[in-house]
Design a protein. Structure first.
Lengths: 87, 189
């Protein structure tokens, strides 16, 4: 409970959305510019950042990713609300 | 296969219940140049497009499903508290009679989504030009909806989606150049 108070769900989600957006955009860019080593370096750095942010988010608010890409707590909490459109 | 993530690609906030705006937004849910059409169009073209651009079609097609979820969230939030009377006043009386507050894949005028919105010619240049046109039409639709909307929160999300159409169009134009370059190389050798 005390942990939940110190982490703002919306702020953390927004950070994840920012990093993941950069990853989406870099993915499309690299699909047509596969030899831009600077962009690849940026992509790999952001991939680490995204993984770390999601790890923190999931410790407070439950799994983000389906089918084993995230770990489950007990009891099974993947199916728990809120879903993205309910936030 | 695909993995779902409990996260919208970009935040969707609405200022107030506004079924009139939702009616317009349905165009981008189940309309000809909407996000459902876009996702299905690109993912379906992947099987016969040259290997060099399969990755791009896969990645843009996948992003379109994230946009579809954003549009659904907008429509859901704009209508969830609307009374039948408000739905009727907003021009959603016919929708309410058939679907209550459920979402449905139709265009803003109520015509159900149809596969005829999607082209798959099997010719890579024809297909990619179709995709570029689709992105430009979607960009224009977002602009027309923004022009009619007075909800600043919603417009923020709509501007994000409008911007993505521009990027997708740009990437498809680059894909055309990549294929042209490949073709020219084959002629010379």
């Amino acid at each position: 409970m005390s942990k939940q108070k110190t982490v703002n769900r919306y702020e953390l989600m927004e950070k994840i959305q920012m990093v993941d957006f950069a990853l989406v955009d870099l993915t499309l860019y690299l699909d047509t510019h596969p030899q831009d080593s600077q962009a690849i370096q940026q992509f790999n750095q952001l991939a680490v950042e995204s993984r770390d942010l999601k790890h923190v988010y999931e410790q407070h608010f439950g799994p983000l990713r389906q089918y084993g890409a995230s770990y489950s707590g007990y009891p099974w909490n993947w199916k728990d609300s809120p879903w993205p459109w309910q936030l | 296969m695909w993995y779902y993530e409990k996260k919208l690609q970009y935040p969707v906030k609405v200022t107030e219940c506004n079924p009139r705006l939702a009616k317009y937004l349905i165009e981008q849910y189940g309309g000809a140049d909407g996000e459902l059409s876009a996702a299905l169009r690109y993912l379906n073209q992947r099987y016969t497009i040259p290997d060099k651009v399969i990755g791009l079609l896969t990645d843009i097609g996948t992003e379109e499903f994230a946009h579809l979820e954003m549009i659904a969230t907008m429509i859901y939030k704009l209508t969830k508290d609307a009374t039948p009377e408000q739905m009727k006043e907003a021009g959603l009386g016919a929708h309410y009679a058939n679907h209550d507050h459920a979402l449905y894949y139709s265009n803003a005028a109520g015509s159900p989504w149809t596969a005829t919105y999607i082209a798959a010619k099997g010719d890579p240049i024809a297909d990619l030009y179709e995709d570029i046109a689709a992105e430009e039409k979607a960009r224009a639709t977002y602009q027309w909806i923004i022009n009619m909307s007075d909800d600043p929160c919603l417009n923020d999300s709509l501007k994000f989606l409008r911007e993505r159409e521009i990027i997708h169009s740009q990437r498809f134009r680059e894909a055309v150049e990549i294929l042209k370059f490949e073709k020219d190389r084959k002629v010379f050798f």
